[in-house]
Design a binder for this molecule. Structure first.
Ligand code: FES
Length: 312
């Protein structure tokens, strides 16, 4: 008599995990373009679905581990003593069909490709958190050094202990006071927001009035009505708004504080657009981003994510 339990071929039941895995990978890749949050959700879906898929695929193999002691059955030895003897009985090893093998191979290759695609990107995301260099706050000296409504080119060391390599330039204009009586300064970062070339003020520099302060700060008054980038012809107006050329947003700005009558630079931030001028300007402010990155409008969604980098 045949053992019907082993004659029936094993047909794996339909599983939705491969579909969920594919959806997760698609979300992950889409998220790398439009949003880190979507990428994180996609990665979570892919990992969970992949794990459950792998568990399904290997279920039969994992579920029938051969026992250490072989199974035995008792049979009568009627030819001799009539005693009952135990004999080992062979059990078939769990079947690992070709379809199972192909399914597991597909899962493994998919996981390897996913890792190759995502690990470099994740590295770019995570690594800067461990490599970014802390920059000191820059004290640009007494606010009397900044005449009202005039730009001053301020050159300073963002990390004095690291030396001249950390020298930065900002264009500083004292706007007087806001309607609320607060001091107002426009402080533009000289780095072009196209590809990062040094932007120059369009106007004569008063080298006679150049000042060197004790902490490596240099101040040079300039008659600037606009700013230009020599690399690809980028042009910005006196508020830092893009006027022409390839830059994708307005010039970056610094926050500032006044401490004991001295102007201290704060953090950099990105600017979408500036309407109005001076102390009454309305500034579309965004978290700082590397040159070439859109910060507002449809482009901010469509433009690929640029790996983070230090502000240098
Ligand atoms: S880097 Fe300034 S216009 Fe290209």
């Amino acid at each position: 008599m045949s053992d019907t339990g082993h004659d029936t071929p094993h047909v794996p039941g339909p599983s939705l995990w491969p579909i969920a895995f594919a959806i997760g990978v698609a979300c992950l890749l889409l998220g790398l373009v439009i949003s880190w949050i979507v990428a994180a959700v996609g990665a979570a879906i892919a990992v969970v679905a992949g794990f459950l898929w792998a568990r399904d695929v290997t279920h039969d193999v994992r579920g029938e581990v051969p026992s250490i002691e072989p199974e035995t059955r008792t049979v009568g030895d009627s030819a001799s003593t009539g005693a009952i003897a135990a004999v080992p009985v062979d059990r078939p090893l769990p079947a690992y069909t070709r379809s199972r093998f192909l399914e597991a191979s597909t899962l493994g290759v998919g996981a390897a490709i996913g890792a190759i695609v995502t690990l470099p990107v994740v590295g770019f995301m995570v690594l800067p958190a461990f490599t970014d260099v802390e920059e000191d706050e820059a004290d640009l000296g007494p606010i009397e050094n900044f005449p009202e409504s005039e730009y001053v080119i301020a050159s300073y060391l963002s990390n004095p202990s690291a030396g001249e390599v950390t020298r930065r330039t900002a264009f500083v204009r004292n706007n007087g006071q806001t309607d609320a009586g607060e001091p107002s300064f426009t402080i533009l970062y000289s780095r072009c927001v196209h590809l990062g070339c040094p932007v120059q003020p369009n106007g004569p520099i008063d080298e006679e009035a150049r000042q060197e302060l004790e902490n490596g700060v240099e101040l040079r008054p300039v008659l600037a009505q606009s700013f230009g980038c020599p690399c690809h012809g980028g042009l910005y107006d006196a508020e830092g708004n893009r006027q022409a050329g390839p830059p994708v947003r307005s010039m970056d700005r610094y926050t500032f504080s006044i401490r004991n009558g001295r102007l201290v630079l704060g953090e950099l931030y990105a600017v979408g657009n500036v309407s109005g001028t001076g102390a009454s300007a309305q500034i579309s402010r965004y978290p700082w981003s590397v040159p070439g990155t859109h910060v507002d409008g449809v482009e901010a969604w469509l433009y690929p994510i640029v790996p983070s980098q230090v502000t240098g």
